[in-house]
Design a binder for this molecule. Structure first.
Ligand code: C2E
Ligand code: MG
Ligand code: MG
Ligand code: MG
Length: 283
């Protein structure tokens, strides 16, 4: 009995693994054509000033619309693209596209503020990444101080010594560096002092229950106090409700980002969001 059960469980388990491997292969194959078939586009989510609600910048968020697989979220396809190495080419396209778009908005007389771009650990480790960023800035005419690269805490902590070096090289170009999803990794606080970050983004997992969970509220307050003492700006992300906002307003964040203010929008739609008068005031 037990043996049969065990065997069935094993069969079930390996079947599940085979399904997963197959799904990954299907996605990897579809990803291979995605670039040349123009299946990627960027969505942009605005960030607003915590003091007056005016837009301070936008974050570029990668979207993939596959004719075969439908809309696939970055959480699903980015790990696959990282595994296969395709993220190198995709990531370069994202950076080019975001910088081009920023220059277009500028030319249209809009004030898009900072353009934040998420960077994969695979890109960050790639030889020549700093030169690639410099080349894209030069070819798109974007000013280095208008660009902010979002790096995650866990990717920095995977090899902190190298991360410190890379971050200094990128800061030397003039670009800003944000540590994304802050609080979810395992940063030692002494490293935070050594990482030349210009911004920390408080992860949305702390914002979600900030108005009802004392621990989350305490962690968020500690992150803001620490960042301020190190002269690092703080963005709170994932704000959806009045209650979360009211609580965050007691802290000293520089910016807010979340569905409460704006969804990620297409390049066309965001032109209206960049008009400050249409943005919800943080109160
Ligand atoms: P992230 O960089 O932390 O981006 C924030 C995510 O939270 C985005 O999900 C955004 O749509 C979502 N979000 C924004 N406001 C709210 C809110 O109020 N509530 C909730 N529940 N969610 C909110 P998205 O676009 O699905 O991206 C997920 C993650 O995928 C990103 O997290 C980032 O790590 C990664 N990603 C997205 N675009 C790129 C890219 O171009 N390159 C790389 N390497 N990673 C990317
Ligand atoms: Mg981000
Ligand atoms: Mg984040
Ligand atoms: Mg995230």
């Amino acid at each position: 009995e037990a043996k049969t059960g065990g065997r069935n469980r094993f069969a079930l388990h390996s079947e599940h693994m085979a399904q997963e491997a197959n799904q990954r292969l299907v996605m990897e194959t579809a990803l291979r054509h995605a670039m040349e078939r123009n299946e990627f586009y960027l969505a942009y989510q605005i960030r607003v000033s915590a003091t007056d609600g005016t837009p301070t910048g936008t974050e570029a968020l990668l979207r993939w619309r596959s004719p075969e697989l439908g809309d696939i979220t970055p959480a699903e396809f980015i790990p696959v693209a990282e595994h296969s190495g395709q993220i190198i080419e995709i990531g370069r396209w994202v950076l080019q596209q975001a910088c081009r778009q920023h220059s277009i908005w500028r030319a249209q007389g809009l004030q898009p503020g900072l353009m934040a771009v998420n960077i994969s650990v695979v890109q960050f480790r790639q030889a020549g990444f700093v030169e690639q960023v410099a080349a894209i800035l030069a070819e798109t005419g974007m000013k280095a101080h208008d660009l902010e690269l979002e790096l995650t805490e866990s990717m920095l902590m995977a090899n902190p010594e190298n991360a410190v070096m890379m971050m200094h090289a990128l800061r030397a170009l003039g670009v800003g560096l944000a540590i994304d999803d802050f609080g979810t990794g395992y940063s030692s606080l002494s490293y935070l002092k050594r990482f030349p970050a210009s911004r920390i983004k408080i992860d949305q997992s702390f914002v979600r229950d900030i108005d009802i969970n004392q621990e989350d509220a305490a962690i968020a307050a500690a992150i803001v106090a620490l960042a301020r003492s190190l002269n690092i700006e703080v963005t709170a992300e994932g704000i959806e409700t009045d209650e979360q906002l009211a609580h965050l307003n007691r802290l000293d964040c520089a910016d807010y980002q979340g569905y409460y203010f704006a969804q990620p929008l297409t390049a066309e739609d965001i032109r209206f969001a960049l008009d400050a008068t249409l943005v919800v005031q943080p109160g």
